[in-house]
Design a protein around this ligand. Structure first.
Ligand code: SF4
Length: 235
């Protein structure tokens, strides 16, 4: 039976996006094709960890958790073929599936909400980062063809992580314009989220994003789990 490397499985409230507040079981696959400088789950990207579990074992743990909504997150779930079997089995069992992806890869999989978070220029690690990750990240992070296909094929949200205090902010906004021009999303499906792993930073940056949202018609999404629990695993 196919196996997936799993960093963690936990149940909490969805903290971001269109389905914020919904009780959900999160299945976090380990491994990513990007290395965001501010990644808040380095144990699924920079230093991937976790056991290789059979899909049947993942399904058992989701069943025990008891939530209708299941969020397949990462890392980057779209990298791993066995995620298709996981999604198909979850769908057969009546679960509502969200896949959280950076949108660099298109897959035709059972999924009720494709949560696409394109990585903007501010996500790129510094040039002297070990293993050449700055260059690899920069050349991989934006794939307009994949983004167009995802937006065309799924119910979706486009969720952009922004730091209005970072020198890349204006460039990040210009890149959002490029993505919107390419994908033509419904305005209510375009969300921006402040980057930050503590409430004080998050709230300060959220306030700075308000005028940007009003000017451009973006929807501001909270990071409710950070507000409630800080930057802790399993929340
Ligand atoms: S795409 Fe997501 S998991 Fe991968 S490095 Fe960036 S924030 Fe981390």
């Amino acid at each position: 039976m196919a196996k997936l490397r799993i960093a963690e499985i936990f149940t909490s409230l969805q903290g971001e996006g269109r389905w914020v507040g919904i009780p959900s079981t999160f299945v976090r696959v380990s491994g990513c094709n990007l290395r965001c400088v501010w990644c808040d789950t380095p144990y699924a990207s920079w230093n991937p960890e976790g056991p290789h579990l059979e899909i049947g074992d993942v399904l058992k743990r989701v069943k025990v958790a008891g939530a209708e909504h299941v969020v397949i997150t990462g890392g980057e779930p779209m990298l791993f073929d066995p995620v298709e079997e996981l999604c198909a089995s979850l769908s057969e069992r009546g679960h509502v599936i969200t896949i959280e992806t950076a949108g660099t890869i298109y897959r035709d999989w059972p999924c009720h909400l494709m949560s696409i978070s394109p990585k903007l220029s501010g996500s790129t690690p510094s040039a002297d980062t070990a293993s050449g990750w700055a260059e690899r990240h920069e050349s991989t992070r934006m794939n307009l063809d994949a983004l167009q296909a995802l937006v065309r094929s799924y119910d979706y949200q486009l969720k952009f992580v922004l730091n209005p205090e970072h020198s890349s902010f204006q460039q990040d906004l210009e890149e959002i314009d490029v993505v919107i021009a390419a994908t033509q999303p419904h305005p209510s499906h375009v969300l921006v989220m402040a980057e930050g792993t503590d409430s004080e930073t998050l709230h300060r940056r959220q306030r700075l994003l308000v005028p940007i949202c009003l000017e451009r018609g973006f929807r501001l999404t909270p990071r409710m789990h950070v507000d409630l629990f800080g930057n802790t695993r399993g929340t």
